[in-house]
Write a protein that binds this ligand. Structure first.
Ligand code: S3P
Length: 182
C-alpha cells in the first residue's frame, strides 16, 4: 500500500484531465476512481445517485478507493467528495503523495458548465450552478487545504499544470526520473 500520486479537488479542478498526462510522464498507471465505480456498479455515476442515492454512491466510492490504494502504485484521480470522509482521507494521506488541484470559482464554473451529467451540479442556469458550487466548496475548503501539496490550475494549460504535479511527484520519489524514457 502507498506510493500513489493522489489528485484531489473540486469537480472541474482538472484531476481527470491532468491525471493521464502526469501518469504518462511518471511512467505510472492512471486510475480514474469514478470510472472504476461505474464499472463495478455497471451504471453511470448519475444513475447510481438517482437509483440508489448519494449515501450508496459514497459506499461504492470508499470501497473502490480502498481497493485501488491496495493495488499497484498509480496516479489516481479521485471524485471531488472523496476527502470528505474521514476514513477515506486517512487512507489517502497514508504513504501517498496527495496533490490538491485548485481553480478560481469562475473557472470551475466554466469547466463544469450547465446541463452536464454531474449529479452535484444540477443547476439549470449558471447562477444556480454557481450557488451550488459555492455552497459545496465552502464545506470542503478546509479539508482540501489539508492536502500537503496544492497546484493552482487557474488560467493554465494542461502541460504547465501537469509539469508542476510531475515535479512534486518526482521530488517525493515517485515515478521514473526525468529523461529515463519508456
Ligand atoms: C463528486 C464529484 C464527481 C463524482 C460525483 C460526486 C463530488 O467527480 O464523484 O459526481 O462530490 O464532488 P469529479 O470530481 O471527477 O467530477
Amino acid at each position: 500500500m502507498g506510493g500513489h500520486l493522489v489528485l484531489v479537488g473540486y469537480m472541474g479542478s482538472g484531476k481527470s484531465t491532468l491525471g493521464p498526462r502526469v501518469a504518462e510522464v511518471l511512467g505510472m498507471p492512471f486510475v480514474e476512481l469514478d470510472s472504476r465505480i461505474e464499472e463495478m456498479a455497471a451504471m453511470s455515476i448519475q444513475e447510481i445517485f438517482v437509483s440508489q442515492g448519494e449515501a450508496r454512491f459514497r459506499e461504492f466510492e470508499s470501497s473502490v478507493l480502498r481497493q485501488t490504494l491496495a493495488g499497484p502504485a498509480s496516479v489516481i484521480a479521485t471524485g471531488g467528495g472523496v476527502p470528505m470522509d474521514d476514513g477515506n482521507w486517512r487512507l489517502v494521506l497514508d504513504g501517498n503523495v496527495v496533490v490538491h488541484l485548485s481553480a478560481d470559482t469562475d473557472e470551475l464554473l466554466d469547466r463544469i458548465g450547465v446541463g452536464g451529467d454531474r449529479p452535484l451540479a444540477t443547476g439549470e442556469s449558471p447562477g444556480e450552478v454557481r450557488q451550488q458550487l459555492v455552497r459545496i466548496l465552502e464545506g470542503r475548503r478546509a479539508r482540501y487545504a489539508e492536502a500537503p501539496h496544492t497546484v493552482d490550475t487557474s488560467g493554465r494549460d494542461v502541460d504547465s499544470a501537469a509539469s508542476e504535479v510531475v515535479a512534486i511527484g518526482r521530488r517525493m520519489g515517485l515515478g521514473r526520473p526525468e529523461g529515463a524514457g519508456g
